[in-house]
Design a binder for this molecule. Structure first.
Ligand code: NAG
Length: 259
């Protein structure tokens, strides 16, 4: 071997080693980051972690993450309710209305029924999504964050309203597996459509709205932004922009508590 060959071999060896070290460092840094992320997550309600849909929430305070995750989910229910209520009212064909009607009934059931209960219409993506929001658990957690009993009321009313969307005509219960969706559709008529619409617009939408507003304007803006960014297809066509969000009861109370 000549000296220059030695030199080149050595250089190549050193370069490889160096690349290896740099790679290793990057890898390590990554795994440290991942490690710390997963170290934070288990402190959150485990069922909610699953539902984070693998998108990390961009909120800084660890202890607040769960609150915001819950508010995001309540907001997603609100947007869903706005969308289906709009279809029930304005869709040009009866078929479209019927489809939305079935979605409301199964979706409401997916939100309130026990996790073990089989929901019909399994092919409806929105129903699967709604079930994944684990809204009952979220509402329980929100109760924990709330400073007064107002939130208990919102929770109970919201769950009761969702349950009534399932049970109002006696064909379905929240306790049993769903009957075939053909039965629900076969018994569909205009007055049922109107009942469901009213339940959505007069109960579900205001209650989800009050729930999110309870935690204040800043939280609302943050969570709306999050849904817009990560679930743009869930946004209702005519998203109600709340121009003047007054300080909510929750904010007022929080202030009082802090003072
Ligand atoms: C719709 O069905 C319900 C019960 O299934 C019935 O009481 C109601 O009268 C019906 N409405 C119309 C407009 O047919």
């Amino acid at each position: 071997m000549t000296i220059s060959m030695h030199f080149w071999l050595m250089t190549a060896f050193l370069l490889t080693a160096l690349v290896g070290v740099v790679d290793g460092l990057t890898l390590n840094r990554r795994s440290i980051l991942l490690g710390s992320a997963s170290a934070i997550l288990p402190s959150i309600h485990p069922s909610l972690v699953q539902e984070a849909n693998a998108i990390p929430l961009p909120f800084e305070k660890k202890d607040r993450r769960q609150l915001e995750l819950c508010l995001v989910n309540v907001l997603r229910v609100q947007y869903w309710a706005m969308k289906v209520a709009d279809i029930l009212k304005n869709a040009p064909t009866d078929d479209q209305k019927k489809k939305a009607y079935l979605e409301v009934r199964l979706g409401a059931k997916a939100m309130v029924a026990d996790k073990k209960i089989k929901i019909g219409g399994g092919s409806l993506l929105s129903v699967i999504t709604l079930r994944g929001l684990q809204i009952k658990d979220c509402l329980d957690d929100l109760k924990y964050y709330a400073k007064n009993k107002k939130m208990d009321q919102y929770r109970d009313d919201l769950i009761e309203s969702l349950a009534s969307l399932v049970e109002f005509d006696g064909l379905e219960t929240t306790q049993d597996p769903s009957p075939r969706s053909t039965l629900t559709l076969g018994m569909y008529n205009e007055s049922k459509n109107i009942y469901v619409q009213r339940m959505l617009t007069e109960r579900i939408i205001p209650l989800t709205d009050q729930t999110v507003n309870y935690f204040g304007k800043d939280q609302r803006i943050k969570c709306e932004g999050y849904v817009e960014q990560f679930y743009p297809r869930e946004l209702p066509a005519k998203k109600i922009i709340q121009e003047q969000v007054k300080p909510t009861e929750g904010e007022e109370i929080n202030k009082q508590v802090e003072q």
